[in-house]
Design a protein around this ligand. Sequence first.
Ligand SMILES: NC(=O)c1ccc[n+]([C@@H]2O[C@H](COP(=O)([O-])OP(=O)(O)OC[C@H]3O[C@@H](n4cnc5c(N)ncnc54)[C@H](O)[C@@H]3O)[C@@H](O)[C@H]2O)c1
Length: 318
Amino acid sequence: MSRVLVTGGAGYIGSATVALLLESGYEVTVLDDCSTGHADSVPEAATFFQGSLLDGNVVKMALQGCESVIHFAAKSLVGESVLKPDLYRTNNVIGSQILFDEMDGAGVSRIVFSSSAATYGDARVQPILETQKAEPTNPYGETKLAVDNLLTDLAAQESFAAISLRYFNVAGAITRDGKWLAERHSPETHLIPNLLKATPSNPLKIFGTDWDTKDGTCVRDYVHVKDLALAHMQALAALVPGVHEIINLGSGGGYSVREVIDTASAVVGYTIPTEETQRRDGDPATLIASITKAKELLGWEPTLNLESMISDTFESIQ
Ligand SMILES: NC(=O)c1ccc[n+]([C@@H]2O[C@H](COP(=O)([O-])OP(=O)(O)OC[C@H]3O[C@@H](n4cnc5c(N)ncnc54)[C@H](O)[C@@H]3O)[C@@H](O)[C@H]2O)c1
């Protein structure tokens, strides 16, 4: 089967996707600067270039022999992006532009890109359709939207075949060669790994209990990293020259923060310690994906539920 360049393949979602690509018979090259990823997450069967997207020479080398690209590499902390917007623009947008220029030069024109629900901002209509106007509320979401727009231009002008996958909340872990590939972000900002770390002296903070939702806590849409990784392979197969599609990936449903905590308490067999605090600025009450387009265009549907996401994450840290 053909060779795929996976940028950000040492990160959480990238390494899970690399593992599944290899299992499916693809050859894989990984390009990652390990700024937030981990070299030991890259399977030995992949060719690994440790370097940055910002270095055109290393991108050129990594592209050799590749027919397509899955582009995960990015900085992705919302809070950090507010403090360091230039870092996010340089790394995420200029880094992507360098990748696209090198792809053009190497005659590689097939790409699947990790976009984000953060592009939609505080969407009022739920579930969120891809046709909803993108109005990001932070620099991170702005960089993802900027790259989506670059891909729309490249599809129109250079006949690139491009799909942007807009993920909602990704969770869970997978095993490869008897080893867990799980979230190892630092700092960790995601609910599921954080609630599993909570202790009575360091309880999980619940940011706001007075939201306009079923139980007053925020509602989010969770998708298992294995289902998400599989969607990337289905997206590779669905690429069409001259077309840029934007496709949401979630479950199509939502869980409140309290529901996630209650489910996690049942899975792990103890009560997760929590502390109620004030709302955080910029948090929307509810974010739920419409996944009708993913079903129709990719033939994709999530198969793993919230219990699996929590139990796999729990297993990975034992
Ligand atoms: N985790 C989620 O819930 C979520 C949701 C929506 C979108 N996303 C997007 O999915 C992608 C992967 O997210 P993740 O959670 O696996 O994050 P991650 O931080 O684990 O992975 C990102 C990887 O990119 C690498 N990287 C960053 N800048 C680079 C550069 N300039 N050159 C080379 N490598 C670079 C990092 O070292 C890291 O390995 C990101 O683009 C993120 O914005 C993630």
